[in-house]
Write a protein that binds this ligand. Structure first.
Ligand SMILES: [Zn+2]
Length: 282
């Protein structure tokens, strides 16, 4: 199979051995708005190949029924398909119904399993064993209550969904979110230990490349290649926010400050620490 192909609304690219990145169609202005005002936010889906199974991580934005299954079938070539979801947001579960004959790994704190007959609830430190690849589930709340990362220590793969963003992170729907997020950073770094080779498989890979993304502060740094250092920078930044030393501005979700925008898009955005920038005293 070629290492890049397009099918329906998706493109698929082999980005690492055994790892396909599948993305919703990139529209002419990827960082812009559709004519109806909705945000064009292509999602990243990963397909991990193993000898007898493939693991699909996340199910992208909603498209026509069967669209994602078609491209996954093309990669799977008859192997067993399983699906792991990082969190319950519409742009990560859009095509979940394409896989209602497959095992679905769903974070227990984000999903009501009664709606998913094939769902297996997962919690922190559960394992998904494929064969050569084993993923440990790492619960990292902040973006959502149940946000789950999947870590394959042998192959240095860490799928993060939106838990730590793709260049910046939006923290949603939780009280005391900064402390919760700080604990998630500590937890994931503890699980990674000294893994300097870890490759991040984040939820919206295009955001690493395209700047400025609509609604994101122009000073937000680019992170074309997220590394363990990204998490360490986030830790530094959280400490600076808690100490009142971080550069800050009033949060606007896509230029909006109203309550609905805050509800829909988040309570806060945290960009990685800009080394060398001058902190502003609160
Ligand atoms: Zn999300």
């Amino acid at each position: 199979m070629n290492s890049y192909f397009e099918m329906g609304p998706y493109s698929a690219e082999l980005i690492l051995p055994d790892v396909w990145h599948v993305q919703d169609a990139t529209i002419a202005n990827p960082a812009g708005e559709h004519h109806d005002g909705s945000f064009n936010n292509p999602s990243s889906i990963y397909v991990i190949e193993d000898d007898h199974k493939v693991l699909v991580i996340d199910a992208g934005n909603p498209h026509e029924k069967g669209a994602l299954r078609t491209i996954v079938n093309q990669i799977a070539q008859g192997r067993v398909i399983e699906v792991a979801i990082t969190h319950n947001h519409f742009d990560h579960v859009g095509q979940l119904a394409d896989f209602d004959d497959c095992t679905l790994y769903l974070p227990l704190k984000d999903f009501d399993l009664t709606h998913y007959p094939n769902g297996k609830g997962i919690q922190d430190q559960d394992q998904i064993r494929l064969g050569r690849h084993t993923f440990v589930c790492i619960e990292t709340p902040g973006h959502t209550a149940g946000s789950m990362c999947y870590y394959d220590a042998c192959h240095h793969l860490l799928a993060t969904g939106d838990a730590f963003g793709s260049s910046y992170v939006w923290l949603l729907f939780l009280d005391d979110v900064l402390n919760i997020y700080a604990r998630s950073l500590e937890h994931v770094l503890g699980c990674l230990q000294e893994d300097e080779q870890v490759e991040f498989l984040c939820g919206h890979r295009y955001q690493q490349q395209i700047q400025p993304v609509k609604g994101i502060h122009p000073l937000s740094p680019k992170n074309p290649h997220m590394t363990r250092q990204y998490l360490l920078d986030m830790q530094t930044l959280v400490r600076q926010i808690q100490n009142g030393e971080a550069t800050h501005h009033e949060f606007e979700a896509f230029g909006r400050k109203d309550d609905l925008a805050a509800y829909t898009y988040g309570q806060a955005e945290i960009d990685t620490y800009l080394a060398g920038s001058q902190p502003i005293k609160l």
